[in-house]
Every structure is written in C-alpha cells, then in structure tokens.
Design a protein around this ligand. Structure first.
Ligand code: NAP
Length: 312
C-alpha cells in the first residue's frame, strides 16, 4: 500500500490561520507584531524568499519592513543596522537573509541580533535554550518538521528517529527537537558507515542532505514515516527520467519549465514508507509558516505576560 502523503501546504495554512487570529488580538490592543527582513544586494533566490516572507506577513497581519543595504555593504554598517533594529520596540523579529556577501562577517552579524528578536533561531543563545529545553526561538524548518509530525498524529516518544544531515539550521536542531520529544535519536552525516542500515532502524527518518533522491527504498524500513527536507532543482533530462519516468504531470512541468524540484528522498520510497512528505508541498511551506509563528512568539516573549487566549 502506498504511503500516506503528509500535506505540508494544508498544515502550513492551518498554522498561518492560527497565527493570523492571534495577531489580530495583539493588533486590537495596539501591539501589532513587526518583522524586519534584511536583504543585502540582489541575489535572485534570496529576493524570491524575501518576497514570500513579506507576503506571508501581509497575509497574517504582521507589520513587515524590508531593509536592502547594497551588495558593497561592510560588516560595520551591517552591525550598525542590526543595532538600530535591536533598539526599535515595534520590531519584534529580525531576519537576516543569507548568504551575505563575502566581505561581510556573517557570524558576527548573526551574533549581533538580539536573541529575543532572533526569529531564525540561529543565535547561540537560542541554540543553548533549545538544547537545555528552555523557552526560546527554534529554527523554522526543523520546527515545521515537528508540526507535521504532531498535527499528523505521528507518535514520537520512544520511537527510533534517524536524522541524515547535521547542519546548524536543519539537521542538528531537528535532532534536538526529536530528542526533546523523547525519541531515540541517531544523527548521520557524510562519514556515517553503512548509512542504509542505520536509516532502516528509523521509525521516523528525516532527510536533510541536499542530494537529489539519495534516500532510496533500501534506506527505509517498511511503514516508517519519512520527512524529506531536501529541495534540489533538477534540470538534466537524464536525471529527471531517473526520478519521474512515466509521471505525466511532472513530465509536463519539466517540459514547460525546464526544471523540477526533487527532495533528498527518491519518489520510489512512497511504495515502502507508511507516511511521507512530498516535494514540493511537504516541509517547504512550513518554513515560512513557522517564521510567522516565531515572530508572534517573539512578540509575546518580548512584550511580557499575555492572556492565556493569546498563547501559541
Ligand atoms: P548542508 O548544510 O549542506 O548540510 C548537509 C548535511 O548532509 C551535512 O551534514 C552533510 O554531512 C550531510 N551529507 C551530505 N552528503 C551526504 C551523504 N552522501 N551521506 C550522508 N550525509 C551527507 O544542508 P542544509 O542547509 O542542512 O540543507 C539540507 C537540504 O534541506 C537541502 O536540500 C536544502 O535545500 C534543504 N532545505 C530545505 C528547507 C525548506 O524550507 N524545506 C530549508 C533549509 C534547507 P557532513 O556534515 O559530514 O558534511
């Protein structure tokens, strides 16, 4: 029996609707949440991401402000900009769109963001809060993975979870969240021996690798839940055929656009898994939804005690 498809688009819409309702309560009390997005230069991919984030803010009623320093900006100017945003009370969240140009010390800039406004959850203070199970801001994509699991009624406590990938923005925080939710967690990476065998232990397999279709059926225990974080663009027709031969809908999109999005999980895994997130339409939509959620959470944490009805 093919796997249940975990519909990330629907879950993201639910979260956005919940956030919008709470934003309305805050706005009615003159405390509209505010997000500042800093986009340096003209990286086309970053511009698309930032447009999506600003649009999402409009939809849920969050005030947003885009700051666009030139490509030639210096570290000192970026630090000054962040400092000014830190001081502005109506700004609850600060997001610095990565990558930054090479002359800018990205680590210093991210470290300068007030941890209370760090809606990406990348500041070492928030990393520490997560690992010591204190309230804080959690990176959006891994937080979205947990929302997919909980809102799909997939139990986590006591189960074997394997995370492939150990990046600071996805793999490590995903592993920490699963551990905090009482899973038994294994984290794999490029030096892991016999990766398929380790992955086959998983009741919950999270792939955050950045390699199109790497997780094939031999990596998956029958009935496992597979969460595919990967977003890889395939343009080579031969590679496309490897994944989607006979898939008329995909073939039509590929013909029209000359590319398609593929996860880190091979489409054949749908025949073995118990439940799986599609790409696109799985984890992707959760990332922006959780950014909205984090901006609301930052607002609540920064602006003190709030009535129970407004708690996320
Ligand atoms: P990353 O920083 O490049 O990390 C990739 C991780 O995968 C590394 O830990 C690496 O191991 C591991 N890896 C690479 N090749 C491997 C192999 N052959 N076997 C086992 N492990 C291997 O990537 P990332 O930022 O975490 O992103 C991962 C994927 O998620 C990408 O496709 C990205 O586009 C996608 N993503 C999606 C969203 C979303 O909104 N859906 C958000 C963020 C990222 P080492 O540490 O040993 O090098």
């Amino acid at each position: 029996m093919p796997a249940i498809i975990l519909d990330g688009t629907k879950i993201a819409q639910e979260i956005r609707a919940e956030v919008a309702a709470k934003v309305r309560h805050f706005a009615a009390r003159g405390r509209r949440p505010g997000l500042a997005v800093v986009l340096v230069g003209h990286n086309p991919a970053s511009e698309i991401y930032v447009r999506g984030k600003v649009k999402a803010c409009e939809e849920v009623g969050i005030y947003s402000e885009k700051l666009a320093p030139p490509e030639s900006v210096t570290t000192a100017k970026m630090l000054n900009l962040i400092e000014r945003l830190n001081r502005r009370d109506e700004i609850d969240g600060i997001l610095v769109q990565l990558p930054l140009p090479p002359q800018v010390d990205a680590k210093r800039v991210l470290l300068a963001v007030d941890p209370a406004k760090d809606v990406d959850g990348f500041h070492p203070m928030n990393v520490g809060f997560l690992s010591t199970q204190r309230p804080g801001l959690v990176p959006c994509t891994p937080a979205g993975v947990m929302e997919i699991l909980s809102r799909s009624n997939i139990p986590v406590a006591g189960r074997e979870a394997v995370v492939v990938g150990r990046s600071d923005i996805v793999g490590k925080p995903a592993a920490m969240l699963l551990l905090n939710a009482n899973a038994t967690v294994t984290v794999c990476h490029s030096k892991t021996h016999d990766l398929p065998a380790v992955c086959r232990r998983a009741d919950i397999l999270v792939a955050a690798i950045g390699r199109a279709g790497m997780i094939t059926r031999e990596y998956v225990k029958p009935g496992a839940t597979v969460i595919d974080v990967g977003m890889n663009t395939v343009t080579d027709p031969v590679e496309f055929q490897k994944f989607f031969a006979g898939n008329a809908k995909r073939e039509e999109t590929f013909r029209k656009k000359g590319s398609t999005l593929v996860g880190d999980v091979h489409p054949e895994v749908v025949e073995v898994a118990g439940a799986i997130t599609p790409v696109p339409g799985g984890v992707g939509p959760l990332t922006i939804a959780m950014l909205m959620f984090n901006t609301l959470k930052a607002t609540k944490m920064r602006r003190g005690r709030v009535p129970e009805a407004l708690r996320a």
